[in-house]
Design a protein around this ligand. Structure first.
Ligand code: LLP
Length: 434
């Protein structure tokens, strides 16, 4: 657990999130429950936006909504002057319904439909990121029919792949996203987009990976992207006004992961900005508007999921299972990626850990596990189980598997909590059944 003023253990030995006692939250809202520490999100937004502003100037922190998407998060990030990236008609709709300014939206995706592209054009989004020639052609047709000119970026693949502590540079590229910088396909798409009268090519976009701690990987991406900007400027006489470097900053999940302070995130942004300024100077390029798209780092550590312990199954010499009232339908990350989490008994925070438990979900599937081998105090039925760092890619990847309702989301701040997403009912789940 990455403790701070707004995530701590109170005098009763209970977990406190945004000043609200976990036990009280459970009494008020029930379990399973996603709790978001609102102040932490605000601190991350201020840190990232001020770093970009002070260390670079012209640019935008564009929150990657796929990490956690609901109307309330758009209202919050708007308050901090941020932009947002969306990857589907559904995310675009949610942003629009929340009143988010459409001229701060970037629309991504490797297979946007004609309908989604039309919606984005009609909304007046800031940038659409082109991922294929067919998409550029559809977009030209849509814009021509609507008499508009759309600002676009092109998704490219700079040949840097980064995951947590490792990154690799590859010349050969296998990705469903974007155009290679090395085999001529990026030049080809640029040449065809600039001939389309209703598309205005503003620059390029790349995203090298997620849960990255190795800042050098971003610096290599900056080098490769600016090399390419230079090449395009020399060979085609085009100077790009925008550079979007995607997201990817890592967060703390469990033992072994670095614990980053706000100042470390500031330094991540500063390092990227410094590297970019150096590369621009060396290559004699104009300063582009810089977009960064953090998702996980903005909301990940703000989230804690609270569950109620149910049946406990002790298999002598093998394992102790605690079954909770949630599971892979609210957090599929263990099942998908063997993701690790830190777990606690929210009303037994000061008791000594005495036993190893595996936290199992309630779905009819052996792989439905939330976390393995967690050292906890003796757990009894009805204990509150807290799982940390669940703010990103949990609610957004939740499902109705086994027809379990997606848990509600509350935001906690200054000891008070309110619904951002209300509980789903069985009726909601069966609503579209015919
Ligand atoms: N921009 C683009 C174009 C992206 O594809 C992504 C994430 C981001 C920004 C935000 O990256 P972040 O700052 O959140 O790392 N479901 C996986 C994560 C998939 C990330 C996909 N793209 C997980 O649960 O770990």
């Amino acid at each position: 657990m990455n403790q701070r003023e707004t995530l701590k253990i109170n005098d009763k030995g209970h977990l406190e999130i945004g000043g609200a006692d976990a036990e009280e939250l459970v009494k008020q809202f029930g379990t399973p429950l996603y709790v978001m520490d609102k102040a932490y999100i605000g601190q991350m937004c201020i840190t990232l936006t001020s770093a970009l502003k002070k260390e670079y100037g012209s640019g935008l922190i564009s929150y990657a909504s796929k990490a956690f998407c609901c109307k309330e998060i758009y209202r919050i990030i708007e308050d901090y002057g941020m932009g947002a990236d969306v990857v589907s008609g559904g995310e675009l709709y949610t942003a629009k319904e929340s009143g988010f300014p459409m001229d701060k939206i970037t629309f991504h995706g490797n297979n946007k439909s004609f309908t989604e592209l039309t919606e984005a054009v009609l909304c007046g989004v800031q940038h659409i990121v082109i991922d294929s020639l067919g998409e550029a052609e559809d977009l030209e047709e849509i814009c021509a029919a609507n008499g508009t000119v759309q600002n676009v970026l092109i998704r490219v693949n700079p040949g840097v792949e980064a995951h947590t502590h490792h990154f690799i540079q590859t010349a050969k590229q296998d990705s469903k996203f974007g155009f290679s910088l090395t085999d001529g396909s990026a030049e080809d798409i640029i040449n065809s987009v600039i001939k389309k009268p209703h598309l205005k090519l503003c620059g390029l976009h790349c995203h090298i990976g997620s849960q990255i701690f190795e800042i050098k990987s971003f610096c290599i991406a900056v080098e490769k992207m600016t090399d390419f900007y230079k090449k395009i400027s020399d060979e085609l006489g085009i100077s790009f006004s925008v550079l979007n470097l995607g997201g990817g900053f890592g967060i703390h999940y469990a033992e072994g992961d670095p614990i980053l302070k706000l100042s470390d995130y500031y330094d991540f942004v500063k390092t990227i900005c410094d590297k970019l300024k150096t590369c621009l100077k060396e290559k004699g390029l104009e300063k582009p508007y810089l977009i960064l798209e953090p998702g996980r780092s903005v909301v990940g550590e703000a989230g804690v999921t609270l569950y109620t312990a149910g049946r406990i199954k002790e298999i002598k010499g093998i394992k102790n299972y605690v079954a909770i009232d949630g599971g892979m339908f609210d957090n599929p990350r263990f099942a998908l990626y063997q993701a690790r989490y830190t777990v606690a008994a929210a009303a037994k925070m000061l008791l000594k850990p005495v036993k190893k438990y595996t936290i199992a979900g309630k779905c009819c599937e052996s792989g439905d596990i939330i976390a393995e081998d967690c050292m906890l105090p003796e757990i009894e039925e009805r204990d509150i189980i807290a799982v940390f760092s669940t703010g990103a890619y949990n609610y957004s990847m939740a499902s109705n598997y086994n027809r379990n309702p997606v848990p509600p989301v509350v935001f906690a701040e200054n000891g008070k909590a309110y619904y951002a997403v209300k509980p789903q009912t069985y009726k909601d789940i069966a609503r579209n059944d015919v």
